[in-house]
Design a protein around this ligand. Structure first.
Ligand code: FAD
Length: 352
């Protein structure tokens, strides 16, 4: 694992553009014939559209994060039919899992997989509703990121930038299905099946690389001295934060009133919270553990019959450390239709 950044950050990139620059290098060096990635819909910059990119310069169009779902792997067949033999795929964990399941059937000579972590996703339509709660002119928002210092960063077309503490986000105003059950029960936040994961959550203000195998090391080597690497940091104590998250998620799942922080206190605590939050790897661990807890509580509530097959042993082990024993983790609590993770975070527990 590394903290990392490109010496020359790319305009339009979500962070410094490591992801798309690696793909560009793959095309430049002819290590691949095409890259499968998401570009924005010409009519809606937040809507992802899958694209098969063959020119290095065209990778610039894929820069940046878009919230939404789009059928990335539907382009595998066209890629094969066009005669591409060597491919790179950039995807979030659910796309990479599906890719690993079916890749052998396509007979490509090589597939390089650059993954990004993904905490939660939603439909682009729902995301627009979220943007409308953040600004009176949501159509001018050009960038959004849930940062590891518990701030949401917004950038606008006129160059303005604002930071909103997580605690002050209007999450309680979001519809119950804002984050679908599939995301709330996802057990692969860090994209474990990618060759290289490029995220930020463990990077303490920089990008966070997880080189997972020799192919991932090859991908990183393509950047040569364009990239600055440093050791990952690891500070603070996640345990109280994860416990508080568990408590609120459980209460929300059970339809019980949440322990909400008084409104007047939120701005102050929201700005102080980053100081006391775990940093670097400890923050990434906190998120992985929160996701494990969410998975158990939500599956127990909404799809208990699926628990046996959907929860891998390591996720059960993480949750067990916090006293959650599957499959009866939250049994017997009355129901609610609200998104429990959203409500938990609105109540004052960070859920980045
Ligand atoms: C829905 C979503 C949630 C994420 N959540 C986290 C998180 O919780 N923690 C974390 O560390 N990182 C998360 N990421 C990844 C993060 O936003 C950055 O994309 C990543 O750090 C790479 O930055 P970069 O500057 O190298 O990317 P860039 O060089 O700007 O490239 C961004 C890449 O993201 C791809 N992309 C954009 N939108 C989508 C989409 N909707 N679906 C699939 N691929 C897409 C593009 O194809 C492009 O290749 C998330 C990404 C997405 C799409």
């Amino acid at each position: 694992m590394h903290r990392a950044r490109l010496k020359a950050p790319r305009p339009g990139a979500q962070w410094t553009g490591i992801t798309t620059r690696i793909a560009e290098r793959l095309l430049e060096t002819r290590a691949v014939d095409a890259v499968l990635a998401m570009v924005p819909d010409p009519a809606d910059r937040w809507k992802p559209v899958p694209a098969l990119i063959t020119e290095p310069a065209a990778m610039a169009a894929a820069r940046g994060m878009r919230m939404g779902y789009a059928p990335l792997l539907a382009l595998l067949e066209p890629a094969r039919d066009r005669g591409h033999r060597r491919l790179a795929v950039i995807g979030i964990p659910c796309q990479v899992h599906a890719l690993r399941k079916i890749e052998a059937g396509f007979g490509f000579e090589a597939i390089f997989v650059i993954g990004t972590p993904c905490s939660d996703n939603t439909t682009t339509e729902s995301f627009h509703r979220f943007l409308a709660l953040l600004s009176p002119r949501p159509e001018t928002i050009s960038y959004l990121e849930f940062r590891a210092d518990m701030m949401v960063e917004l950038r606008f077309d006129d160059g303005r930038k604002t930071l909103i503490p997580f605690l002050e986000l209007p999450i309680a105003d979001l519809p119950a299905d804002f984050f679908p059950l599939t995301c709330r029960t996802c057990v692969d936040y860090t994209n474990a099946l990618a060759d290289l994961t490029v995220g930020y959550m463990g990077g303490e203000g920089e990008q966070w690389l997880l080189v997972r195998n020799s192919r991932g090391a090859e991908l990183l080597a393509l950047l040569g001295d364009e990239i600055l690497l440093s050791p990952v940091t690891d500070r603070g104590d996640r345990i109280p934060h994860v416990k508080a998250f568990l408590e609120n998620t459980r209460r929300a799942a059970g339809g019980l009133p949440l322990r909400r922080m008084p409104k007047w206190l939120r701005p102050l605590v929201g700005r102080l919270m980053p100081r006391f939050a775990p940093k670097g790897l400890e923050f990434a661990r906190a998120r992985v553990e929160m996701k494990a807890i969410e998975t158990l509580l939500h599956l127990e509530r909404h799809a208990p019959a699926k628990m046996r097959h959907m929860v891998p042993p390591h996720v059960r082990a993480i949750a067990a450390r916090y006293g959650l024993r599957s499959p009866q983790a939250a049994a017997g609590q009355p129901g609610t239709t609200a998104s429990t993770s959203a409500r938990a975070s609105a109540a004052g527990t960070p859920a980045p």
